[in-house]
Design a binder for this molecule. Structure first.
Ligand SMILES: Cc1ncc(COP(=O)(O)O)c(C=O)c1O
Length: 384
């Protein structure tokens, strides 16, 4: 058992952030670190002073970000494995590469997924390519390996799901799902609600996509993908752009072959300024240690769950450590979530407020003071 954290944020991590106490909306947006803010400002200034070498120098940020992304996934940050990682401007672009890249068959997609993981499959079906088949969760909102196994048919070519569900916070058993679908079907994973917050066997995925704007705290217009051999073999490079081909710098008017590695899923360059921000964000996670960050989140998550229950709230998220990451959804009996949201806001708490639930998310920088603000806000509801 790791020692309980004190009242502050995680040392070696929290010092890099300046969001106020009460910020608990990492499932929507993770305020970036001072390192990211400084790096992007410095790179923008460098671009403003542009000389003959500046653009090439700035483009060096791409490799730095890919190396850090590979290490976070547990790959060596160099050598051939680096070719499995390519930068993306967001998770959706990666999901469109996946959906449009599969020529035929069916894909199992959880029915309640965030729409970023629904529209690409609908567009693919409209183009007469792969067709999505909804996968209904069990009564606790979970997509388990058994449930996936029961839904497989000879037409199933892939399963596409979020590693951590945006609504319930349920954390999928990626290795178990890959095992039941076998080596011939693709496991496509939207990692945006988990990467930077939890430890998972990420490379169980054949195609992993993420944006960096939430738990990685890299800012908007950042992200990356990872592609296994199977993904590179099965996904047609339908959306490959000029930066995704061999000899991308040779402008000879000819159509070049798609690059061998994950770079084939590049439509154009990511802004090198965004890449620089992503690199700093990933390097901070690495320095602080993803296991330490996840452990801190787990303790604060327990505290949030206890707080909600102590005032009679109903926790809607899985509560066991094996099935959750950083998201706690709840409702107050017979109370409109909009009212709960108002009380939270009045007490300085930033949460996601939806028609049927409130979502709270702690991170490595979350203090006990933030949990206390939630407690006060929910208690104020009982009094009124
Ligand atoms: C599960 C999930 N996927 C994707 C996104 C967003 O994707 P993108 O990076 O394309 O904006 C969100 C939230 O905005 C999300 O919760």
């Amino acid at each position: 058992m790791s020692p309980l954290p004190g009242p502050g944020g995680l040392s070696g991590y929290a010092e890099h952030f300046i969001e106020p106490d009460g910020y608990l909306d990492f499932g929507r947006f993770g305020p970036p670190s001072a390192d990211v803010a400084e790096a992007t400002a410095a790179l923008t200034t460098q671009a403003a002073h542009c000389t003959s070498h500046t653009v090439d120098e700035l483009m060096g940020q791409e490799v730095r970000a890919r190396q850090a992304a590979a290490r976070l996934l547990g790959l060596p940050g160099e050598g051939p494995d680096l070719d499995r990682v390519a930068l993306l401007p967001n998770a959706s672009t990666g999901l469109f590469h996946a959906a449009l890249g599969l020529p035929r068959g069916t894909v199992l997609v959880p029915a309640h997924e965030f729409p970023a993981n629904l529209y690409p499959w609908q567009r693919a079906a409209a183009l007469d390519r792969v067709r999505p088949v909804p996968l209904s969760p069990d009564r606790l909102g979970r997509i388990t390996p058994d449930l996936v196994r029961a839904a497989l048919t000879p037409h199933t070519v892939a399963v596409s799901l979020s590693a951590v569900d945006f609504r319930t916070g349920f954390r999928a058993d990626l290795a178990g799902i890959k095992q039941v679908i076998g080596p011939d079907r693709l496991l496509i994973v939207d990692a945006i609600q988990g990467l930077g917050a939890t430890v998972l066997p990420w490379t169980a995925a054949d195609l992993l996509v993420t944006g960096g704007q939430k738990w990685l705290r890299a800012g908007w217009s950042t992200g990356f993908l990872y592609a296994s051999d199977l993904a590179l073999e099965r996904l047609e490079p339908v959306l490959t752009g000029w930066t995704g081909v061999e000899d991308a710098g040779l402008f000879d008017g000819a159509g070049h072959r798609a690059a061998d590695g994950a770079q084939r899923f590049s439509i154009t360059n990511l802004s090198p300024i965004a890449a620089g921000g992503l690199a700093r964000a990933l390097e901070l996670v690495e320095r602080a240690g993803i296991r330490r960050i996840a452990a801190h989140i787990s303790v604060r998550t327990d505290q949030l769950i206890d707080t909600v229950r102590s005032v009679g709230g109903l926790v809607l998220s899985p509560t066991s450590e094996a099935e959750r990451a950083g998201i706690v959804a709840f409702a107050m009996p017979a109370t409109d979530p909009a009212l709960v949201g108002k009380a939270l806001e009045a007490h300085g708490v930033t949460a996601t407020v939806r028609a049927d639930q409130i979502r709270l998310c702690a991170h490595g920088s979350t203090t006990l003071g933030s949990v206390d603000l939630v407690h006060r806000a929910l208690r104020s509801l009982r009094r009124s």
